[in-house]
Design a protein around this ligand. Structure first.
Ligand SMILES: *Cc1c(COP(=O)(O)O)cnc(C)c1O
Length: 834
């Protein structure tokens, strides 16, 4: 019954063959850096060398498939999707690639005969953390699904030298260290110097008279950057397709600097070199926040310009010259998706190239842009909506700004004026330019005006995009705004990260569930079956034991796998409300101190979260959590009923360890603030029960699993809005709820920070003087009641097992393959190339 549909051509590679390939790389590719007499010993050096050799051996197989996919895609002449994203949170690649190629078992066997454990070796790889959180992880899941479904797809991004910072704690404070993911190179990437792009930047625009007397704009650039592409193969699961993620590294164009060099200014030439390299040096560590400086702007432009040029040259290589006459074919063969507004400049760059380099008329260029681009909105938070100053635009991209003005004029004069004649207020509201002391470019407006489709990422979020964010755009183009609910790849987030559960599911499901996740619903009748419950919960227990060891290693804290593992893992942000969780922990602690014999199932609260380095309050919440944890974990009076663990350096590979062991999934954002969430899907798929608000995809998860199998609490979107209109007064809750008051006042004392009272006061202040913008106090009581009900439910073993099983069984909708098929049907119009 298991894997009966596996058709992967690579499946024929035997363990013996793999062993030979691994040994070959050890002995030749890696030279004698590796191992001498201790060749079979698990020293750290040897493990690293074997990991590298295994990855290289696998990559060889993958590159063969990559070439074959290119041939097949050319032969079938299918339309391609070009996914533009400034972030890709890929995680480690070895285990996933092995699973997707159906080579995990044979590689395990090959390595065993060499004295190594594959799972252990997989730990050697660095995470590819070229993203902050959900947005970058979504891009990674989408690439997996696109290859799995045999679509012709290319991911475009930046080859950051340093990905998201590494987090550690010192005395409870977050410390950031640079991420060195490719200090000694990465076995997965392939440099493609033949596809290098030259990118002009700065300078001025000149008007030139044509022979017919008309004027054209000519951009005299002030500096030239060079984009060098690195390809990372993306292996489909049980499919014949391998696509590529193409990441651009920025270097100075030495040819351009030759003049400076010849003028004898050798040092200046080298200085420029360094400047260029800073463009792809580091990922900006802000999640849900706009960074707003020149280097970030150049990063965005650099990657858009490289990608647009590459898309056009790949098109021409296959289909011949791009001209006005062939432009319809271009739109038939190329779709470009903008993952948030970060790649908006791609619109202006395509227009510029068509106008200035391919002699398109304005009308033709604009029509083409409208056909190829579509845009995904990821946020309603005002601080995350990108706006760039007009003066920065003028300085860095003067030609693009003139194009932007023309797009805006046509939009305001034709479309806006037709719908709302002579309405100055409406023009000001919808203009791409925001007037004011400093004029700004609203990137989202440019995206909506240009794109043929704009999607939100969960139903409620898409509804709010229509109703609150872009109501006028929705009036202008009622068909444009749409929804594609996010998803996750079940390959990484179940098959690869939870092998024990995967094996159990495969025994009971008569289909390849890692592809057709809906088939897990056939488990529903087993949710009540005592013997299946026992097996399911035994696996959860085993995963908890494994996490217990990890927790001990990483933090030194002892926890019991008999306790409820209550997990909140995601970026640290006020809207995600880790501080609501923390406030409830304080309340539980107080209740336990008041009555040490309080009947309650022991709980371990597990956190994982990075705070943006400049986000002060977020860092203080981390510090407070660590200090409160220290106190609670060492308080013998509460008899280990409560433990708090903050695991450092939350990232994909750590998520893969936590999620299979979670009993409870905390999804407690203020209603209306979390666009979708994907962590909620990963946890539920692995049998964690959600406690959450009616926000983002939680609503759709509740629809799938049913109200009996989820703990919903708190204000709804409409109630939050009503409260804002009425005027929210957090002091009301402070003054009328003794528990809230006691817990907040506790933060002012030195109880958790002996001798240093006041260190945690900023959190209390944010709730009171700060106005509690995310309604933590308003939702506290409802949250506390839901937690109470959850604790009771857990003690009924059969009831809990049933809930956990149904969560796993009913997550089919959240397969990212389904999201991709939604995009394909409604936005991209692709056909598989196989
Ligand atoms: C899935 C994931 C996220 C997104 O989590 P949310 O709970 O949806 O915010 C962030 N970081 C990592 C490492 C992830 O794997």
């Amino acid at each position: 019954m298991i894997n009966k549909n596996i058709k992967s051509s690579a499946a024929i590679i035997s363990a013996t063959d793999l062993k030979k390939r691994i040994q070959h790389h050890l002995n030749s590719t890696l030279g004698d850096r590796v191992i001498c007499e201790d060749a079979y010993k698990n020293t750290p050096q040897n493990k690293q060398a074997y990991w590298q050799a295994t990855s290289l051996a696998l990559n060889e197989i993958i590159i063969d498939k990559l070439q074959a996919s290119k041939v097949q895609q050319a032969k079938s002449a299918t339309k391609s999707i070009n996914y533009l994203s400034l972030e890709y949170l890929m995680g480690r690649l070895l285990s996933n690639n092995l699973h997707n190629l159906n080579l995990y078992k044979s590689t395990e066997k090959a390595l065993k005969s060499l004295g190594f454990d594959l799972a252990d070796l997989c730990e050697e790889g660095a995470d590819l953390a070229l993203g902050n959180g959900g947005l970058g992880r979504l891009a990674a899941c989408f690439l997996d699904s696109l290859a799995t479904l045999d679509y012709n797809a290319m991911g475009y991004g930046i080859h950051y030298q340093h990905g998201l910072f590494k987090q550690s704690f010192k005395d409870g404070h977050q410390i950031e260290q640079p991420d060195m993911w490719r200090e000694f190179g990465s076995p997965w990437e392939i440099c493609r110097p033949e596809a290098t792009q030259l990118i002009p930047v700065y300078g001025y625009v000149e008007q030139q008279a044509q022979t017919d007397g008309s004027l054209t704009s000519v951009w005299r650039a002030g500096k030239m950057l060079k984009g060098v592409p690195w390809d990372i193969p993306i292996v489909g699961y049980n499919s014949s397709t391998v696509n590529a993620l193409r990441l651009w590294e920025c270097r100075a164009d030495s040819a351009f600097d030759w003049d400076t060099l010849n003028q004898g200014d050798y040092l200046q030439a080298h200085h420029d070199q360094v400047n260029a390299e800073t463009v792809s040096k580091v990922l900006y560590p802000n999640d849900e926040h706009d960074a707003g400086n020149e280097l970030r702007f150049i990063q965005q432009y650099f990657f858009c310009a490289c990608s647009i040029k590459d898309i056009i040259s790949r098109y021409q290589l296959q289909f011949g010259p791009l001209t006005q006459a062939t432009s319809r074919n271009f739109a038939d063969k190329v779709a470009i998706q903008l993952n948030d507004t970060h790649p908006t400049i791609a619109i202006l760059e395509l227009m510029r190239v068509l106008l200035d380099e391919y002699d398109f008329s304005w009308q033709n260029a604009w029509q083409l842009a409208g056909k190829v681009f579509s845009y995904t909105n990821h946020t309603l938070l005002p601080e995350a909506l990108e706006k760039w100053s007009v003066s920065l635009f003028e300085h860095v991209l003067p030609r693009h700004l003139t194009i932007l003005y023309r797009i805006n004029e046509a939009f305001l004069n034709d479309e806006v004026n037709a719908m709302w004649p002579n309405n100055e207020a409406m023009r000001a509201r919808l203009s791409i330019i925001e007037e004011g002391e400093q004029r700004k470019v609203r990137m989202a407006h440019l995206c909506v005006i240009t794109s043929h489709k704009v999607n939100g990422v969960a139903q409620i979020h898409s509804d709010l995009v229509k109703k609150d964010l872009f109501p006028e755009f929705n009036q202008l183009w009622p068909e444009k705004l749409t929804n594609v609910t996010n998803g996750i790849t079940p390959r990484r987030w179940l098959k690869s990260c939870n092998p024990l559960l995967s094996e159990l599911l495969s025994k009971h499901v008569d289909d390849d569930w890692a592809k057709n996740l809906n088939s897990l619903s056939s488990l529903s009748p087993l949710a009540d079956n005592a013997s299946f419950q026992k097996k399911f919960m035994a696996i959860k227990h085993q995963n908890k034991v494994a996490l217990t060891t990890e927790i001990k290693t990483l933090t030194g804290i002892d926890v019991s796998p008999e306790a409820i593992f209550d997990v909140q893992i995601k970026r640290l942000h006020e809207y995600k409300r880790q501080h609501l969780n923390l406030l409830h922990i304080l309340a539980l602690y107080r209740r336990l101190l008041a009555d040490p014999d309080l009947p309650m199932q022991p709980r371990v609260f597990i956190f994982g979260a990075k705070a943006a380095p400049g986000y002060q309050l977020a860092k203080e919440i981390i510090y407070a959590t660590n200090k409160i944890a220290e106190k609670i974990n060492n308080d013998t009076r509460i008899q280990d009923k409560l433990k708090v663990v903050f695991l450092p350096n939350y990232r994909v590979s750590l998520a893969e360890k936590i999620i299979p062991a979670a009993d409870v999934s905390e999804q407690i954002s203020t209603a209306g603030k979390e666009a979708s969430g994907t962590g909620n899907m990963k946890l539920a798929l692995n049998g964690a029960v959600t406690i959450g608000t009616l926000d983002g995809a939680n609503i759709e998860i509740a629809e799938e699993v049913g109200d009996d199998n989820i703990f919903i609490f708190g204000l709804t979107v409409d109630e939050v809005k009503a409260l804002d209109i009425k005027g929210y007064n957090p002091y009301h809750f402070y003054e009328t709820n003794n528990e809230i008051k006691a817990c907040l006042d506790w933060l002012d004392t030195d109880y958790f920070t002996p001798g240093r009272a006041g260190e945690l006061s900023s959190i209390k202040q944010s709730f009171l003087e700060g106005g509690d913008p995310y309604k933590v106090l308003a939702d506290f009581e409802s949250y506390s009641d839901a937690q109470q009900a959850l604790g009771v439910a857990y003690q009924d073993k059969k009831r809990w097992a049933k809930m956990a099983i149904l969560n796993t069984a009913l997550m089919g909708k959240f397969n990212s393959d389904r999201s991709i098929e939604d995009y394909v049907k409604n936005i991209w119009f692709l056909t598989p190339s196989v």
